[in-house]
Design a protein around this ligand. Structure first.
Ligand code: FAD
Length: 404
């Protein structure tokens, strides 16, 4: 055995690291270790996202997403002030461009009010939209002045530093390949040898379901990977938009839609779309992982989803392959944008839990049994919510693991 711990955390993304930080801070006497398969931390969703500090507007009041996003953004602001990690409150408009969207926007506004009526949060008309974003058109918009941007990779590394400062150990290049019960403990077989841990917390993102299966947990919900590509505005054109501009989300679809997002380095990104990825870590259209693809295609829930939303599937796939179609979607909000203004940018892959009925699981999902807690669904806004998720899991661990 290479080492023995009280709690092993699988996954060195923002959720695993926030959890390691919180557990090691609250329980100084417990030995905590993080096992990350990549050579670097935050290599997947955490390092490939829009970098938005969400305000908690969209989510069903009372849901984990609503509660943990609002609590998480406040914790994050405070943490960044303490650690001098830069972030910017650039604001956000959620813009309705037709009557159907105006109707849906009222629900978004009401949810925003119910979740956190922040100062300046309001419904505005076309003239006010122009005052905030001179190149943006719309019939009506929700304005959230405090929505921010940040580099979540940097935040994650600061969580890791705190966790290490509290005595936690972090192993990179340590893929967990199997977990078995041995007497009262768990043995984790990793690429760096076997480790034992009384308790396990899995925060494995795109592999959440596979790690769950290693511990004998339910195979469902299954993770289906959805890639999102970004375009980057060329230098000299990025100032046609100042802050975040988002569409009114489709309630049938858990993704927020293609949006304009400023980056901490001064760039302006457009995206992400949402297309089925043929590999869980497939950052291009052509990356195929036969095992990942076979798992998706042999899952009944996937085919039920595909039957429910064929139109969305085709449209997104077309937009993925056609720059003009992608830009046309963005031009609904900023008509002066042209295809020449943007170049292909990076991509991210979302870990989206899908249940057997073909429903995309909307809320965060945590489950625990036999000394293991699993984070089974932590899509957006889990980066914003990360500190609150870490706190929630630590409280869950006190009950589930009976630790003092
Ligand atoms: C395109 C995109 C845009 C997004 N935009 C935003 C946004 O603007 N704001 C926001 O709040 N959220 C956003 N999100 C969501 C956010 O990025 C995720 O919710 C968050 O990063 C999830 O963190 P995580 O730690 O659960 O997952 P990850 O960051 O994916 O980390 C999981 C880690 O587990 C590791 N792992 C997996 N299996 C094993 C194993 N067997 N052994 C060891 N390690 C393993 C992986 O290598 C990985 O590092 C976005 C996501 C995407 C993809």
């Amino acid at each position: 055995m290479e080492g023995s711990y009280d709690i092993a955390i699988v996954g060195g993304g923002i959720v695993g690291l926030a959890t390691a930080r919180e557990l090691s801070m609250r329980h100084a006497s417990l030995k905590v270790a993080v096992f990350e398969k990549e050579p670097e931390l935050a290599a997947h969703q955490t390092g490939h996202n829009s970098g938005v500090i969400h305000s908690g507007i969209y989510y069903k009041p009372g849901s984990f997403k609503a509660k943990l996003c609002v609590e998480g953004k406040r914790m994050l602001w405070q943490f960044c002030e303490q650690k001098e990690i830069p972030y910017k409150s650039v604001g956000k408009l959620i813009v309705a461009t037709n009557e159907a969207e105006v109707t849906r926007l009222q629900d978004v506004y009401q949810r925003g009010l119910a979740n956190d009526a922040e100062a300046g949060f309001q419904l505005i008309g076309p003239e006010q939209i122009k005052e905030i974003e001179p190149n943006c058109v719309g019939l009506q918009a929700v304005h959230s002045p405090k929505t921010g941007i940040i580099d979540y990779g940097r935040v994650s590394r600061a969580y890791a530093d705190d966790a290490k400062g509290n005595g936690a150990e972090i192993f990179t290049g340590a893929e967990v390949e199997g977990i078995r019960r041995d007497g009262g403990t768990n043995v984790l077989s990793t690429k760096r040898g076997d480790f034992s841990a009384k308790y396990v917390v899995s925060c494995a993102g795109l592999y959440a379901d596979r790690v769950a299966r290693m511990t004998g947990s339910e195979p469902s919900p299954k993770i289906v990977p959805f890639r999102g590509d970004y375009y980057v505005m060329k230098p000299g054109r990025s100032d046609i938009v100042k802050g975040n501009i988002y569409p009114v989300p489709d309630p049938a679809f858990p993704f927020l839609g293609v949006h304009f997002t400023p980056r901490m380095n001064g760039e302006m990104w457009l995206g992400p779309n949402a297309v089925l990825a043929f590999a869980r870590e497939g950052y291009t259209f052509f990356k195929v992982n036969p095992r990942d693809l076979a798992e998706t295609l042999s899952y009944g829930g996937f085919w039920k989803l595909a039957a429910k939303y064929p139109q969305i599937g085709y449209t997104e796939m077309y937009r993925d392959l056609s720059k003009r179609a992608f830009v046309a979607e963005c031009r609904r909000f900023v008509p002066s944008l042209t295809a020449d203004d943007v170049v292909k940018g990076p991509a991210g892959v979302r870990a989206q839990a899908l249940d057997e009925s073909g429903a995309m699981v909307d809320d965060f999902v945590f489950s625990g049994s036999q000394g293991v807690i699993h984070v089974r669904n932590a899509p957006s806004p889990a980066a914003t919510s990360s500190m609150a998720i870490g706190k929630y899991i630590s409280e869950y661990a006190v009950k589930e693991f009976a630790i003092a």
